[in-house]
Design a protein around this ligand. Sequence first.
Ligand code: UDX
Length: 442
Amino acid sequence: MNLTVIGTGYVGLVSGTCFAEMGNTVTCIDVDAKKIENLTNGIIPIYEPGLEAMVNRNLNNKTIHFSTKLSDYLEKCDVAFIAVGTPMGDDGSADLKYVLQVAKEIGQHMTHSLVIVDKSTVPVGTADKVRDTIQNELKQRNLDIPFHVVSNPEFLKEGDAINDFMKPDRVVIGSDDEESTEQMRSLYAPFFRSSMDRLITMDVRSAEMTKYVANAMLATKISFMNEIANICELVGADVNKVRIGIGSDSRIGYSFIYPGSGYGGSCFPKDVKALKKTAEEHGYTASLITSVEDVNDRQKLVIAQKVVNRFGENLTGKTFAVWGLAFKPETDDMREAPSIYIIKELVKRGAKINAYDPKAMEEAAHFYLKDMKEVTYAKSKYETLQDADAMILLTEWKEFRSPDFEELKIQLKQPIIFDGRNQYNDTLMQKKGFEYYQIGKK
Ligand code: UDX
């Protein structure tokens, strides 16, 4: 098929590239001319394992193209994906200005029957707004071109996005007509080798809702476990053991119940807020979802509180080595990363930070911890340790899992570790002579 993907952010770029890899001809559109120029030369704006190689392979095969001009490509296009950002508005709802701007442009330039797909995460009812916007433009052009608006939410995990797209757990297609459902089914069929059961079709509103509910459910699991971790600590239990104890019940399962420093990233915080807002707009107070958010806000500062409990309210003269800045491993994404909140809290109390992250330091220094002279960056994890009062682990990158603990002992002023992701075995750490603080165990 001939596809157009509008928006070369995380979702658009991964989706477009994977569709090209599966034999479609794809044009990715973005208003950012510099980004398009870079992409045309195979330069990728984000770090995502496997993506750069896949983009370059498809550029060589001429199965992917990049452009700033949507109007040039709509004529040849069978399906147009809207994958532009839906940033959080001031009131917590998803801001649809970019989505509707694209819809307007499609309406201004489309020349034949099209399937238009909402790929961005958008609140229930957005497909109707997209349809109305396009219809309005067509009316102004005195045209009556049939088109369908479909919802096809993405469920990609950063760091594993290529795998998620090429071998999906499920694909959700929300459509209110048979024709576009069939077109979407044939587009996704090659991604399901054995069974098409995981290609789930439903009405548009249910599909729009599915995305928010999936993310809110996952966020709920995390906040629940973080709350349990805090209670475990108070009653003298070990949350790591409790986690294994409950996960063995197949109804609960082991995944997504790791306590830590709270969830971050581009999706969970934004989507939980937007779902709450949608409920409010319909006169419903979503108290559980509100608590999920409150628990997460509190959880981000648990490690900072442990540092304060150990070193005192005033941290002037103290330096901390921070291992990991990204909101999770295998990404350079700093959006809503707990590290931002923890570092700011420690700096506010007078501390200095020497940080290392395998991928996210540039992003941190230029945007999220910009102009903070109290924060310096090291070339390696060990380089952060010199003259530091303690090491604080905030992202569970693989390279932090089994470090040379002797080196830590030599370099740190005192062998103290605050572990915001429960990466080490506390009995072992005590044997090695460390003062070891983790989440959910005293
Ligand atoms: C998420 C969803 O998983 C994905 O389906 C959706 O499309 C976008 O949002 P992502 O933001 O890439 O993906 O991150 P994910 O791997 O889901 O982790 C989110 C956050 O939860 C991270 O901050 C992570 O550290 C935290 N987390 C995850 C926990 O604290 N404990 C866990 O057990 C799992």
